[in-house]
Write a protein that binds this ligand. Sequence first.
Ligand code: PLP
Length: 250
Amino acid sequence: MSLYTPSVIAQNVAQVQAQIAEACARVNRPAESVILVAVSKKQPHQAVLAAVEGGVRHFGENRVEEAEDKIPRVTAVLPPYTDEALTWHMIGHVQSRKVRAVVAHFDLVHSVDSLPLASKLSRMAEKGGRVLPLHLQINVSGEASKSGFAAQAWTEDPAQRAELLMAVRHVAALPGVTLRGLMTMAPFVDDAAVLRQTFASLRGLRDLLAESLGTPLPDLSMGMTNDYPIAIEEGATHVRIGRAIFGERL
Ligand SMILES: *Cc1c(COP(=O)(O)O)cnc(C)c1O
């Protein structure tokens, strides 16, 4: 169960939204240019409903089994009081055998970390008669614990750049998906300079790939509870925030 009552969750949402607006103002971006994705993993469906009451319309989950249970519970009680449909974001590693469920329950996948996964998502989306938007997850920091396409050396290593461009071309050509942009997780450090460099690097990579591809890649999914103001200053379009809204996960 969440540690927080519904009114505390709604207050937290307001606080996070105010911080998003402040970060946007610092770099002359409109506050609407950032989508708040409330990360409700390990939180019960009541916590999601409290965030909906607080104005959140985008939710992120990282485990398919949990989402398969939670999303229908939320949806079942929503129609009486929401003015807008919810958008569900898959932000965790997707196993091959879960692709069908991901396509059935989610609107956007942030965490596409291999070409076979992208191909399977495309095939399954096509079968369902839809086009699934996705982000490629990029491992900018090079930490072995993080999944994603390797990009820790993209500025100095032409081979790594070529590989990333090949991956992006491949995904952009798949019929069942739309490549919207890139996602990353920053290292768990307090050093603001390191965080900023990670986010700026993802933006630089996005710019390079979009130019080589000849199509815009508008989305940059970056920034979590500890670092989202910096991520916004560096161009984030989607911030994925759990603890600042729902409290520590039990
Ligand atoms: C859990 C998680 C988040 C949210 O992290 P907080 O520190 O709770 O804001 C964001 N992105 C991903 C991929 C996550 O797994």
